[in-house]
Design a protein around this ligand. Sequence first.
Ligand code: 3PG
Length: 318
Amino acid sequence: MAKVYSPLNLKPMKKILVATEKPFAAVAAEGIKKVFAEAGYEVVMLEKYTETADFLKAVADVDGLIIRSDNVSAEVVNAAQNLKIVVRAGAGYDNIDLDACTQKGVVAMNTPGQNSNAVAELAIGLMLYNIRKRFDGSSGTELRDKKIGIHAYGNVGRYVAAIAKGFGMNVYAHDPFVKKEDIEKDGVTPVFSVSELYKTCQYISLHIPANDKTKKSINYELLKSMPKGGTLVNTARKEVIDEEGLLKVMQERTDFCYLSDLAPDCKDEMLEKYAGRVVFTAKKMGAQTSEANINAGLAAARQIVKFFEKGDKTFQVN
Ligand code: 3PG
């Protein structure tokens, strides 16, 4: 296809694809278009697509790509002949085939921290919704004075800790990559092992990424060890849960609750057998706020412009 030249500087115009099966809020999409218009780039929006074929076609001639949880497989990377950069507007990049990107010389980035508050607010919201009996008018319980364990003290974990403290909860955290002092200075108690965290806290809020080490790591033993009223809140990834173990605990413990933004494979079985102890969102929506979309979407657009104009590779993950 013939290259289009920018009227601003007569350099070949960069073409950027924003491929979002779950679209950004309109205000964020407009902001992204504005960032690229100011840079003299062409932008193409592919929203709510249902077929991978549409993604493969749209990516064929673009220089840059913005995605959310969209799957950037090796097939996508290989179909994108001009691609130099893909930015995941969000934190987790387990949906990008990093090896395929590296092999093709494509830089992959994320936008850490930009949507974290939205996810944290949802985690607390799920807890409130559950303990106040889905707002059905019956008597519930309170968060005050209860123990919450933050499993991974990154951007989202820190926001959850701050909000939980506001609710008067006792906050604990486990994260082998964060210094004890950095956890303590937030008024949070560091816990040195995962098993200790689960044994100690009635509530666990999960914020670990999905990778070879963490997949299925939240297992029967951990969940079984949680105190009375044990409640696992998952706004991270479904793959980190050992679903067999979770089902076993749900069966053995009538007090145990599972609240998740990521529908498990065993969703139908759980809803059928344990209604009242499970909450699932209609669709992954932790980061689905205008603010988070604006923060992450605009950050992604600006990172792409900086990469092309200045060679800036901050936030590269491959
Ligand atoms: C993330 O990794 O940033 C979150 O899981 C949000 O994902 P989303 O952009 O698909 O909502």
